[in-house]
Design a protein around this ligand. Structure first.
Ligand SMILES: [Zn+2]
Length: 264
């Protein structure tokens, strides 16, 4: 509230502060119980203020004022390796409202509802809100699933014989509810398409390497060794790295190495 310059303008916000605090507490309770899909059925409105006043508090005060800059940067800097936790690839340059600010007024300026994200993920997600038929996407502060290995990839013989990497979700231990959330996460952030498109570059790089650097001297064993090493290097120790998964898919495809490139 200190960010609001004119003291008269602060009065309605100060009056609403206990309600906002109660909504933030309710958010954290849902989060720690893994019940984001129940958020829509709960009342996250701030009775003392209309929704647009809370959106204004974020858009015109929190996201712009110098007094909140340290807090904003602190949230952004919490992103591991400065990477967007939603996709694991883009630069975490923005703040995304996990529960959209237009629909959950009470959590508009709650730091636990603000997730560092890349511009592409923030744009793809828009105002997605979980609900009974819409599984919650992963929340990096609360979901242990970020540390489970669940991203898989396979290499397919695409149209016109062009190799294509397709991504999938598979958990080490069956957990249908979590699997539905992971698939929804991939869908909401368009990661099925984005990972596949990015992998096209990896396929190009490998084809160029075979053509130029190794030429006729490349063997199947050397190619497999190269892809294994590249998979480890590119994933940088991160689970669910699309690059790691893509290179493993290239390594494991007999068609790709033996038929498409004719390696023996
Ligand atoms: Zn992202």
């Amino acid at each position: 509230m200190k960010s609001i310059k004119k003291s008269d303008d602060r009065i309605p916000y100060l009056a609403a502060a206990p309600t906002v605090q109660a909504k933030c507490d309710a958010f954290e309770l849902l989060a720690s119980n893994g019940q984001f899909d129940e958020a829509e059925g709960r009342n996250f409105k701030v009775a003392e203020l209309n929704d647009s006043a809370m959106v204004d508090l974020y858009d015109k005060q929190f996201s712009r004022n110098q007094s909140t800059e340290i807090l904003r940067n602190g949230i952004k800097n919490a992103a591991k390796n400065a990477l967007c936790p939603y996709c694991g690839e883009g630069f975490a340059s923005e703040l995304d409202h996990y529960l959209p600010k237009t629909k959950f007024a009470g959590t508009t300026v709650h730091p636990a509802n603000l997730v560092p994200a890349c511009g592409d993920c923030n744009f793809a997600k828009l105002a997605y809100k979980p609900g009974p038929d819409k599984p919650a996407i992963l929340h990096p502060y609360f979901d242990a699933a970020f540390d489970l290995p669940w991203l898989t990839a396979t290499l397919a013989n695409g149209p016109l014989g062009t190799p294509v990497v397709d991504f999938g979700v598979s958990l080490p231990v069956p957990a249908p509810e979590l699997e539905a959330r992971l698939k929804q996460h991939m869908t909401v952030f368009k990661l099925w398409e984005r990972f596949s498109t990015w992998s096209a570059q990896s396929l190009d790089n490998f084809a160029t390497l075979l053509r130029t650097e190794y030429g006729a001297s490349m063997t199947l064993a050397r190619a497999q060794e190269h892809l294994q090493l590249t998979s480890i290097q590119q994933s940088g120790g991160r689970v669910n790295s699309w690059e790691g998964a893509a290179h493993m898919a290239m390594l494991e495809s007999e068609w790709y190495l033996s038929v498409h490139f004719g390696l023996t």
